[in-house]
Design a protein around this ligand. Structure first.
Ligand SMILES: [Zn+2]
Ligand SMILES: [Zn+2]
Length: 551
């Protein structure tokens, strides 16, 4: 009788969107699938990123054999620097994924000490008791794979993120065949991407945006600004090809956009003809209708190139009346305010802004499969146990119901972060729980980890105090109506309070009146400048809360 069990332990992404991370354990061997991050909601003041709590992995350090990445999106790789601070293990990923990881690790000075192992579809590799075959899938990100993991009790397939794009722009076809073969041989468990379970039908191919974008290009009279996620290599490729077709030179603006374009070009995903791309500084040598500016900042991030251009605060990217700005991405919930603020600024400059408002054809498509693609995959794989991954509880629950309706699975099981699911050949059972949760990380540091928002706030308040910076701004003129006021608790003194007021005055003085009208930007600038001053003069890191009063 077999008593040993396979353990499936989600540590992130099951019960929320983002920070995907899943551990698989057989006896004394653990492998980890993905190490993602999540961007914090705006109420988490001063927190830059959120990563999964990996106490379980840290407690079992000596058994963790490696981290395997499905693709290069931040919600799958972005937590790596924090993981690798605690766990010195090799990282497995496809060529493109590792190219992204390298940049990420270099920033955190972890590149030299980390062993990166390249994997490829159809090339099996073994880690302890696990033999793993990457399987090609399609997604909005290039070079994405699913993982078929042979374990002593059967095969577990983790889809990673996917949609079934039957005409991918890079000709790397979705390997439906291999999924079907595993299905034929028998699959113990399928862990499938749940993201779009509420959408019926099929998700369109990445190509589906071409007709509408082509139209936008032919109608643009002056400069054309094209913004998308910098990781959307397919979208960048489409934009570049349309620029060439419509006789426009391409200037790439924004750090992330430049890095992405470079990697994609190096690895052969985009083929840039000689002379197509110019330096941003050369833009002045061309007339507006000869230019396309590929620019980062499609989510209205306050310091991004597009946000700065919208406020006429960018060295090279100037937006003039009659220019066209395309935001080829979706409005991520939570970012609406920032995005619409940027669109307002652009509209005020009389630019023609084209964004995903649901009208006039597609300028963006999702990277995740809809219901029919989910059903298709389940029918190919025919797993004994179906486990939805990636999403809020309601989404996971729906996905489990969808799976049962196919008639192709025996059991669908909803598990959440921290649950331990034990499997053998015949049974799957939720056992105990391990520590799981969110870890909040403060800017500029890879070790500055804080456990829980409440604990973090209390700690900061008790050790470093709080600073309230009150500004009264006239909404119409953008002028400060009263001298700024600074309230400090937990530390302080007349000296530092005076200096803080000065810094605030100076910060506001340096902003254009348009920038002043953008409270998101004022807020962020004041916070950063005060943080710098207080850290320099007192060595403390208090909680800083700018309060802007509109008069
Ligand atoms: Zn993804
Ligand atoms: Zn994802």
């Amino acid at each position: 009788m077999q008593t040993k069990k396979l353990k499936i332990i989600p540590l992130g992404g099951l019960g929320e969107f983002g920070m995907n991370c899943m551990a698989l354990r057989w006896e004394d061997d653990i492998i980890v699938i993905d190490a993602g991050l999540m961007f914090p909601e705006s109420e988490l003041l001063g927190v830059d990123v959120v990563v999964p709590d990996i106490s379980y992995l840290v407690e079992n350090k000596e058994y963790v054999r490696g981290i395997i990445l499905t693709h290069g999106h931040q919600d799958h790789i972005g937590g790596l620097p924090w993981f690798l601070n605690e766990l010195k293990v090799p990282v497995y990923g496809t060529e493109f994924t590792l190219a992204y990881v390298e940049g990420n690790l270099e920033e955190h000075e972890l590149l030299d000490e980390t062993e990166l192992i390249e994997i490829a579809p159809k090339e099996k590799f073994t880690i302890g008791p696990f033999t793993i075959e990457p399987i090609r899938v399609t997604h909005s990100m290039v070079d994405a794979v699913a993982l078929a993991i042979e374990t002593p009790v059967g095969v577990v397939i983790h889809t990673g993120d996917f949609k079934i794009d039957l005409a991918p722009l890079d000709d790397r076809a979705f390997d439906l065949h291999t999924f079907a073969e595993y299905g034929k041989r028998g699959v113990l468990a399928l862990l499938q991407d749940s993201t779009n379970v509420e959408r019926s039908g099929y998700t369109p191919s990445e190509r589906a945006v071409i007709p509408r974008l082509d139209e936008v290009f032919s109608q643009a009279k002056k400069k054309l600004f094209f913004s998308c996620f910098s990781s959307s290599i397919y979208r960048i490729k489409i934009a570049m090809e349309l620029a060439r077709k419509h006789g426009r030179k391409v200037a790439v603006v924004g750090r992330s956009m430049m890095e992405s374009t470079e990697i994609a070009q190096d690895l052969g995903y985009i083929d840039i003809p000689q002379g197509l791309v110019i330096n941003p500084g050369q833009m002045k040598d061309f007339s507006p209708e000869q230019l396309m500016v590929l620019i980062s900042g499609t989510q209205g991030e306050p310091m991004s190139a597009l946000s700065r251009a919208a406020l006429d605060n960018h060295k090279f990217a100037h937006i003039d009346a009659g220019d066209t700005v395309v935001l080829s991405s979706r409005v991520i919930p939570g970012n609406e305010k920032g995005i619409f603020r940027v669109i307002d600024h652009l509209s005020r400059r009389d630019a023609n802004v084209v964004y995903d408002d649901g009208s006039n054809g597609l300028i963006h498509v999702s990277g995740h499969g809809s219901q029919e693609e989910m059903r298709l995959m389940i029918n190919l794989v025919r797993p004994k146990f179906f486990i939805p991954v990636h999403g809020d509880y309601r989404i996971l629950r729906k996905h489990a119901e969808l799976a049962m309706e196919t008639g192709a699975v025996e059991h669908a099981i909803v598990i959440e972060d921290g649950d331990v699911l034990e499997l053998d050949k015949d049974e799957a059972r939720k056992k105990d729980k391990v520590t799981a949760g969110r870890v909040l990380i403060d800017s500029g540091s890879s070790i500055d980890v804080v456990e829980d928002l409440v604990i973090r706030d209390r700690k900061i308040l008790s050790e470093d105090g709080i600073v309230l910076a009150v500004l009264a701004i006239n909404k119409r003129t953008g002028k400060m109506e009263l001298p700024p006021e600074v309230i400090m608790r937990g530390f302080g003194g007349a000296d530092i309070t005076d200096q803080a007021c000065e810094v605030m005055m100076k910060t506001l003085d340096e902003l254009s009146s348009e920038q002043k009208a953008d409270y998101g930007m004022v807020n962020e600038k004041v916070r950063v400048e005060l943080k710098r001053l207080i850290q320099k003069t007192t060595g403390r890191r208090p909680m800083i809360m700018p309060v802007i009063l509109e008069i």
